[in-house]
Design a protein. Structure first.
Length: 200
């Protein structure tokens, strides 16, 4: 069994059947509460990136090849959105389990239940029929979501660009190491060949 598959049995999972120290519940509460905000920020970033990609696709993608590539990239981002949403729901379930014993109730107004329709991109507002009907979902109106959408989009793009740049540098380093390793293998084989010839 892999290490990441080992069940930890945190207090949120077992406090209803096993007596847990209140300190353990409080520690997990602090961890989960911070984790909930962190995961929600990641979800914002991914949705902003998806919004930007959808706008870019509609403006610049021409031809079947570009359209196919854009759709593939959008599917990849959407799969990350779904995985992040699943993680948020898992964290929220843990908080829900801990809330009763710790008498914590105000958190529900901040970390709300995440529905499928809440994960709409900002570009979905463009499809509404009238200006008066446009309404942001709760995840965009909560504190820290980024009131300035353009600035948030720019920040999300910068983060993704930095990540992509780091990936490129890692791949370049891997290529250099691979070339050096191949050179050494060939040099070793040449030396062994010459050595065998001398012996024979």
């Amino acid at each position: 069994m892999a290490v990441h598959e080992i069940e930890l049995y945190l207090p949120s999972q077992i406090h209803s059947i096993v007596l847990c120290d209140i300190l353990l519940l409080e520690h997990e509460w602090e961890l989960r509460y911070a984790q909930g905000h962190s995961v929600l920020n990641n979800l914002h970033r991914l949705l902003l990136m998806e919004s930007m990609m959808l706008k870019s696709k509609s403006r610049h993608s021409r031809g079947q090849r570009q359209q196919t590539r854009s759709i593939k990239l959008l599917k990849h981002v959407r799969s990350r959105v779904d995985a992040t949403a699943s993680k948020y729901r898992h964290v929220r379930n843990a908080l829900q389990s801990l809330a009763g014993p710790l008498n914590q109730f105000k958190w529900r107004d901040i970390l709300k239940v995440l529905e499928v329709e809440d994960m709409a991109t900002l570009t979905s507002l463009d499809n509404d029929t009238g200006e008066g009907r446009k309404k942001l979902k709760w995840i965009w109106t909560m504190q820290g979501a980024g009131a300035n959408t353009d600035q948030s989009t720019q920040s999300a793009l910068q983060v993704e660009w930095c990540k992509a740049r780091a990936h490129v540098h890692r791949w370049q380093e891997e290529c250099l190491l691979l070339r050096e390793e191949m050179r050494r293998v060939l040099a070793t084989f040449s030396w062994q060949c010459e050595n065998w010839r001398r012996i024979a």
